[in-house]
Design a protein around this ligand. Structure first.
Ligand code: GLU
Length: 286
């Protein structure tokens, strides 16, 4: 696809999934506020253009940890599953309240969707999830998705929200997935790679693991991009610290790394989506 067609494709994307990692929401109050002001104004702009937006946001565990630290006599939480699940339970409502306090200022109503791998295994669960997304988008509500961390078990977890955001993109049949990260994009041999047609072993071997409060790293971002790209959904991995990065990326397509295959957008059946998830679980993190 030539550069102009590609820019046009990104610019005219109608249904956009944006993934936000814990690091964007775990800094000082000032940093988090700055990030949210910029995000909210970009999303309001996209909505004014008639586009549909879905957010996949991490940060429940990180916000829970912050809350625990402010409580008198509270023990410090470690990294065990029960501790992280309890932190997620404490932090998820705060996370959504935080989003609500920002999005309500620009008159964008939000809704929370929490789900896990097991909900998708159940045919009714999958159908209902898809219908809920459809109904919310029809009503002009902004869905904010996270994994239902407090009930998931290690064996049946998406684990990282990068892959969750790719799965959500398949379910809602998005036109574009944007993953916000803390670096410029994917660095290959130390240099930013602006385009990638296929995520291969050599790219994965150069992608690092998590460096902050989240679970993923560049590795899981590339994995997510390759899942989206199999369905013909372009995926931009861009620097979320940059002001108005979402709008700039969509308008100019000059930021970060764009993973995009030649293929047209393809409908993935329920079975196909589930088999991607099963393969991920069986294959683990390689
Ligand atoms: N679902 C986890 C949370 O909200 C984050 C998983 C991840 O880091 O991707 O804290």
């Amino acid at each position: 696809m030539n550069r102009n067609d590609l820019n046009e494709r990104i610019k005219t994307s109608n249904k956009i999934v944006i993934k936000i990692g814990s690091a964007r929401l775990a800094g000082s109050e000032e940093e988090v506020n700055d990030f949210l002001f910029s995000l909210v104004s970009d999303i309001r702009h996209l909505r004014d253009l008639g586009k549909q937006v879905i957010l996949v946001s991490s940060g429940a565990i990180a916000r829970g940890r912050k809350l625990l630290a402010t409580l008198p006599n509270s023990a410090e939480a470690g990294e065990s599953l029960p501790e992280k699940q309890a932190l997620a339970a404490m932090g998820q409502n705060r996370l959504v309240n935080l989003y609500d306090s920002f999005f309500s200022k620009v008159n964008l109503p939000i809704a929370q969707i929490l789900f896990g791998v097991l909900d998708m295994e159940n045919p009714e669960g999958f159908k209902n999830l898809k219908n809920t997304f459809g109904q919310l988008l029809d009503w002009g509500i902004l869905p904010i998705v996270n994994e239902n961390d407090s009930v998931a078990t290690e064996e049946v977890k998406f684990g990282d929200n990068d892959v969750l955001s790719a799965i959500v993109s398949l379910i809602v049949e998005a036109d574009l997935l944007i993953i916000l990260t803390g670096v410029e994009g994917f660095l290959k041999d130390g240099k930013l790679l602006p385009f990638l047609e296929e995520v291969g072993k050599s790219e994965l071997s150069q992608a690092g693991g998590p460096s902050g409060p989240g679970t993923g790293g560049m590795y899981t971002k590339l994995k997510a991009a390759s899942i989206a790209s199999e369905a013909g959904i372009p995926c931009g991995i861009i620097d979320g610290n940059r002001k108005n990065c979402v709008r700039e990326f969509i308008e100019t397509n000059t930021l970060g790394t764009l993973v995009v295959s030649n293929g047209k957008k393809k409908h993935f059946t329920e079975e196909e989506i589930k088999s991607i998830l099963r393969a991920k679980r069986n294959g683990g993190q390689e």
